[in-house]
Design a protein around this ligand. Sequence first.
Ligand code: FES
Length: 106
Amino acid sequence: MFDFVTVATVEEIPPGTGKTVEVRGIWIALFNVAGTFFAVDNTCPHAGGPLGEGHLTDEVVECPWHGWQFNVRTGERPGNPNFTVACCPVRIEGNLVQVALPEGFK
Ligand code: FES
């Protein structure tokens, strides 16, 4: 059972955008892909860039530091499965966006 934490309202993150939020002391990148929300570890595995500040195109975010891309639905780096970011469960309660950290996250 996940312990969900409210991190934003739906209105704060319009479709096609993202935001960095904190869940129990850990920074998470939260994205709205055409009305569906996804959450991944905010820390880029290349050199620690903030994925929540990256540009989102469809399901793919581009790290603002050096351009590595990650699918925010799966956490995978397109074309290079050796690098992934961890994904978190997201749910919507009314207009609240809630995120949970899976057991052993990070
Ligand atoms: S830190 Fe993300 S691409 Fe380099």
